[in-house]
Design a protein around this ligand. Structure first.
Ligand SMILES: [Zn+2]
Length: 341
């Protein structure tokens, strides 16, 4: 566990060994689960983090490693898990508050076959490893399937597959997300590169749902990263940021099908000088910057959380409720005893 860090890119087995070590060392806080299996029989693993003292919390799903060659994405997901797990060691109240606010579900590598293939055979591989050329997993979800920025030709780099959820990776991820849909408040999907905070929907030019509210959150995070880290992230829809439409993405499907409030696809550094081959020395600064920005994004939004954190008043209100229900129970019992006797 100690030898794992954010100065190198790791192979799948190293990432999985680290996850197993973390869950062995913190069994109460971190539990691993098998999300599904791939074409080449690799396992997609999720790590659930819920810090001690957990009560009835909202959930965050953090997805990484969809596109094989985007190696910074799994690195950022493991960094988030590490930082939130150790939140009380940073002496950062904001980080600590957020770490304890949610139950976190991390999937560092949702495309393990492709990730390994990009290490062993083709550094610029993007898709999964479906025999016949692979499928672009971020075009295979069941929203506006095959309509924009996707190809129906298996040799295309953006091949969307035969049908929505035809791939074991997307099918398993969607099943897992559905299981968490109750209280699922955030879904973050990490990609690289471009430095964009992308807000649903990628297949539409116009803004829908709570776009304006999410845009304000994104702008606040971008400003923070600019001031604290000198890094510029642009926010908006896919059309407004990367400059093209795309259909069948995980973020859009989660937003539409599961009605999740706050959904982002984040294109990590850089803006193209190194592209997918970001030097290892840039991994840690990139992780630190986005984690800092995310503190603004994860500031509790719903009234339920504000109540949860309004601790003193919250405790008082809870006491009043408990006393009220105890009294009601006693009245009912007395009335029932009187009636029966
Ligand atoms: Zn990507």
């Amino acid at each position: 566990m100690e030898s794992f860090n954010w100065h190198s890119y790791y192979r799948l087995d190293d990432i999985y060994d680290w996850l197993k070590d973390v869950s062995a060392q913190y069994p109460q806080e971190v539990q691993l689960r098998r999300v599904g299996k791939t074409h080449e029989n690799r396992t997609i693993i999720s790590a659930r983090l819920s810090l001690k003292g957990s009560i009835n919390r909202s959930k965050v799903i953090v997805e990484g490693g969809c596109h094989a060659r985007e190696w910074l994405s799994p690195a950022v997901v493991t960094y988030m898990l590490y930082t939130l797990l150790n939140a009380n060691k940073y002496k950062d109240q904001e980080l600590e508050r957020i770490a304890y606010t949610y139950t976190w579900v991390f999937i560092p590598v949702m495309n393990p076959d492709g990730y390994e293939y990009s290490h062993t055979t083709d550094r610029l591989w993007r898709k999964n490893r479906r025999p016949g050329g692979g499928v672009d997993l971020n075009r295979n979800y069941g929203i506006a399937f095959g309509s924009h920025g996707a190809s129906t030709y298996p040799t295309s780099i953006q091949y969307c597959g035969d049908s929505a959820f035809s791939e074991p990776e997307t099918y398993s991820m969607a099943t897992m997300a559905r299981e968490h849909r109750h209280k699922l408040e955030y879904y973050i999907s990490f990609h690289s590169y471009g430095q964009f905070l992308i807000i649903p929907y990628a297949h539409l030019i116009e803004h829908e749902d709570n776009y304006d509210k999410v845009k304000k959150m994104a702008d606040k995070a971008a400003e923070r990263m600019k001031v604290n880290h000198g890094i510029t992230y642009k926010s908006g829809t896919a059309y407004e940021t990367v400059g093209y439409l795309a259909s069948g993405t995980s973020s859009d499907w989660v937003k539409r099908a599961l009605n999740v409030s706050y959904v982002f696809t984040i294109e990590l550094p850089d803006t193209g000088a190194h592209g997918y081959a970001l030097p290892p020395g840039r991994i840690l600064p990139s992780c630190q910057a986005i984690m800092d920005g995310l503190l603004d994004i994860f500031t509790p939004q719903s009234k339920r959380f504000l109540r949860l954190h309004d601790s003193a008043a919250g405790k008082n209100r809870l006491c009043v409720k408990v006393i009220f229900f105890c009294n009601m129970f006693l009245y009912v019992m007395i009335y029932a005893i009187n009636y029966l006797c």
